[in-house]
Write a protein that binds this ligand. Structure first.
Ligand SMILES: *Cc1c(COP(=O)(O)O)cnc(C)c1O
Length: 447
């Protein structure tokens, strides 16, 4: 405990911490401690907690381009980028201007607006399978709506999902799978009745499961980006397409991460497989809350008010989020993706080089513009069982050492690293220098 405090300045700055730095500004720890008294675990999304890596989070005051600045004024090169929601870099002038202009005209009306139509068109123009698009507020809302839609359209109940894929906080998809073979799912968290997941089947990623005519839909991350980054093996997605067609099931691509991240046509454009329904989120909101479901016209028009599958949302198609979304899509052309792919390659190479120089077994696979991490020497994982053999201790050590060097990774061993337009050659050089120091400090910390 530091012996003095300037209560007037500290409290004016919002600090009520029991431990005070006495500097007149609250520290990360003070603010986080206060957060924990108001918010369970101090975070509004559980993955932001530092439970897996130890310590407590830096509290972000502001961000610019490739950097985030914490409340103590410390700068980090940010490779989290809002878990991929930010692609142009933080506070990009085009997005900031679009949001500001939109806000001046009102923030939500409860009636159709021109911008939501334009964003739906912009998505449809870039992703051919999306003949109709319904906008909503999160990726979670998109996956739960897609599941409801698929069940409503087919009149079937069963959903097939893949172990290690993540589809947000959607009850029917929060399942714990068995190992190796397709199994009926068990609830993946407390609070979900067995009955809610009784029709969810969990299959191993990268193996085409045999379906039957009870299956409404198969939902898949076309590049798995929530168990590290795991590419679909050749033939997997095409095999799913064929197997769905064989039994009359719908194929849903969860492109909440990959949509407008790996290319303007999403993973489906890159890999050449056309799903019936696609879920979007993250990039299409330019950092504001958004989600979308797109797909074949005949399927999408089964949503209310035309069809019988209910969907509604007070803030769906929100004027500010659609303004930001249009601004971001407007900036993303093929040159941007070529540039992002080359930066992803550079990030992977410099991290590989730093870890190898330090003697830390680590691999950084690149798929499109996504970079993953696997702390092990063996072959790269192709499914969740293999992905789980990553050394979480190595990850935590590198995470902490990198943070100390001013580089922010996400606080979990299975998240992707995100590069954006903010990470130019200079920033990459900074990361390279920091990564060398971080990798050797991590090895020392691991003993
Ligand atoms: C982030 C994510 C979601 C959930 O999106 P939210 O906007 O966080 O609800 C769903 N699917 C995938 C693949 C994701 O990465």
């Amino acid at each position: 405990m530091i012996p003095f405090c300037d209560p007037v300045r500290c409290q004016a700055a919002g600090c009520v911490a029991t431990v005070c730095t006495g500097r007149g500004v609250p520290s990360n720890n003070e603010l986080f401690e206060r957060s924990c008294r108001a918010i369970p675990g101090g975070v509004n999304s559980s993955i932001r907690a530092f439970k897996a890596v130890g310590g407590s989070p830096y509290v972000v005051a502001r961000a610019q381009g490739p950097y985030v600045f914490d409340v103590e004024g410390k700068r980090y090169v940010d490779l989290v980028q809002s878990y991929g929601a930010v692609i142009l870099g933080h506070a990009h002038p085009a997005i900031t201007a679009a949001i500001t202009a939109a806000a001046a005209d009102g923030t939500s009306f409860g009636a159709p607006t021109p911008r939501e139509m334009k964003l739906a068109e912009a998505i449809g123009e870039r992703v051919a399978s999306c003949e109709r698009v319904r906008l909503m507020n999160s990726g979670t809302e998109a996956t739960s709506t897609a599941i409801r839609l698929a069940r409503g359209v087919t009149g079937r109940d069963r959903i097939v999902t893949f172990s290690g894929n993540f589809h947000g906080a959607t009850d029917a998809l929060l399942v714990a799978g068995g190992s190796g073979v397709a199994t009926l799912g068990l609830p993946g968290t407390a609070g979900i009745p067995n009955a809610t997941v009784a029709n969810t089947i969990v299959a191993p990623y990268n193996v085409v499961p045999q379906l039957d005519d009870q299956v409404a839909a198969v939902i898949v991350e076309p590049v798995a980006a929530n168990m590290g980054v795991v590419a679909a093996v050749p033939g997997f997605l095409a095999g799913l397409r064929a197997e769905c067609d064989r039994v009359g099931a719908l194929l849903i691509f969860d492109e909440v991460i990959t949509g407008f991240r790996v290319g303007s046509g999403g993973a489906q454009g890159l890999l050449g497989v056309r799903p019936d329904i696609t879920c979007f989120g993250k990039v299409i909101g330019g950092g504001l809350p958004i989600g979308a479901v797109g797909g074949r016209a005949d399927i999408m028009e089964c949503l209310t008010p035309i069809g019988k599958v209910f969907h509604a949302g007070t803030l769906a198609g929100n004027p500010i989020a659609t303004a930001a979304g249009l601004a971001v899509l407007n900036e993303l052309d093929d040159d941007v993706y070529t540039e992002l792919a080359s930066r992803a390659g550079r990030l992977s190479a410099l991290l590989t080089e730093a870890c190898s120089a330090a003697g830390l077994p680590a691999q950084f696979p690149v798929v499109g513009t996504l970079v993953g991490m696997y702390f092990g020497a063996g072959p790269l994982p192709t499914n969740f069982d293999a992905a789980k053999t990553t050394s979480e201790a190595s990850y935590a050590a590198l995470f902490q050492a990198a943070l100390a060097e001013g580089i922010a990774f996400a606080p979990g061993a299975y998240e992707a690293l995100f590069v954006g337009l903010g990470h130019d050659a200079d920033v990459m050089d900074q990361i390279a220098v920091a990564a060398h120091a971080a990798a050797s400090n991590a090895v020392r910390a691991l003993g």
